[in-house]
Design a protein around this ligand. Structure first.
Ligand code: ATP
Ligand code: MG
Length: 358
């Protein structure tokens, strides 16, 4: 059988550029070379696109970017009659046809519907959520409103815009304190990722400062009541009839799972299975599947929760549509413990992209 041509997009104009390179590198090393021919497309932090044909060891460390002999400007055309990558060389162009794309990109300009929109226009099957669900899950205000309206338990929240805040700070703070009377609160840019711009707030003075910090990342800010609980994550896989993995748990090394705890300190702990009762785990899996369907996800997503200490109440935190995908990341590890190996998982995801495109 003819090999399918799979383009793997990595890097991206995102604060999660580096972790994307690690995810892509793991995928490249583990994907079946018997079934698939790989085309590697690197995107720089400035959003320049290149076809990369050099040593795959230089994807993870970022050295691919300075390998000028093995990279050529290239981009995916939105024109559906091309369905491929356009390579630009010496004022001429050539085309590589593509059967499917794995956008191994995290955060802004990758996990937020932008790339997905391009691929939908191009009519190229791709792994992961579609344009709408990617955008809806990236935007924390939209996720909260949608899921709360559908009856899924969320921490109480308020949200504000930049204009509203700077036109009347006093009224704005009054509204937040009325809606959320108890500290600590979490203040988050609606659209950011990697905990960038997020603060845990213990007092009114901190509240104003943290809103200003969050407003540096986005024009809309979400404020949530803090939940004192365990952080539990569940992986979901599938299109119309998705399955949920067993649950895992993150124990952050800092006061909360901030950027440092996620990517720098290396002291945060990951447990599979999570330290929760089976009954709670089953409830979480059910809610994860429900939320996934409500917001229109397909392919994959990792759904994150808090299980409140003492009460065992379950709160959904967020849905990540392209979660970290190295072979030691939570999403693939959860499915490995559920009986699907890393390579099989990639295979299933590619098949799901073809199934959705039918
Ligand atoms: N309402 C809350 N109560 C308690 N802790 C919270 C709350 N919201 C966020 N946190 C803490 O802050 C961390 C980061 O918040 P969140 O998951 O919402 O954003 P994010 O991880 O930056 O988003 P993304 O996964 O899109 O990068 C959480 O993992 C958790 O440790
Ligand atoms: Mg998170």
């Amino acid at each position: 059988m003819k090999k399918k041509v799979i383009a793997i997009l990595f890097g991206g104009a995102s604060s999660e550029h580096e972790i994307s390179r690690l995810s892509a590198s793991s995928i490249i090393k583990n994907i079946s070379k018997e079934k698939y021919e790989l085309i590697l497309v690197g995107i720089t932090k400035n959003s320049e696109w290149f076809l990369y044909t050099g040593d795959i060891e230089n994807v993870a460390n970022g050295e691919w970017e300075s390998d000028n002999t093995n990279k050529k400007p290239a981009f995916i055309s939105p024109d559906s009659s091309i369905r491929g990558l356009i390579i630009c060389e010496n004022q001429k162009y050539s085309i590589i046809k593509i059967d499917a794309v794995i956008p191994a990109l995290h955060g802004k300009n990758g996990e937020d519907g932008t790339i997905q929109g391009l691929l939908q226009l191009a009519r190229i099957p791709f792994v992961g959520c579609d344009t709408f669900s990617s955008a809806a899950c990236m935007d924390k205000i939209t996720t909260n409103i949608t899921l709360k309206y559908a009856g899924i338990k969320k921490a109480n929240f308020a949200f504000i815009t930049k204009n509203y805040f700077y036109s009347n700070k006093e009224k704005c703070i009054e509204y937040i304190e009325k809606t959320l009377p108890f500290f600590p609160l979490f203040v988050k840019p609606s659209n950011a990722g990697s905990s960038v711009g997020i603060s845990k707030v213990y007092s009114q003075d901190d509240l104003i400062k943290s809103i200003e910090t969050a407003l540096l990342e986005d024009n809309r800010v979400l404020i949530e009541e803090g939940i004192n609980g365990q952080e539990v994550e569940c992986a979901v896989l599938g299109n119309d009839d998705p399955i949920a993995s067993i649950c895992g748990e993150i124990v952050p090394s800092n006061d909360f799972y901030d950027y440092e705890a996620k990517y720098i300190s290396n002291n945060s702990k990951l447990y599979i299975p999570a330290h929760i009762d089976e009954e709670i785990s089953n409830k979480i899996r059910k809610i994860a599947l429900n939320a996934y369907k409500i917001i229109g996800c397909s392919g994959l997503a990792r759904v994150d929760f808090f299980v409140e200490k003492n009460t065992n109440e379950i709160y959904l935190n967020e849905i990540n549509t392209f979660p970290g995908f190295t072979n030691i990341s939570m999403y693939p590890k959860l499915f490995e413990h559920t009986g699907i190996s890393y390579s099989d998982l990639i295979d299933k995801l590619i098949n799901l992209s073809f199934e959705r495109a039918k």
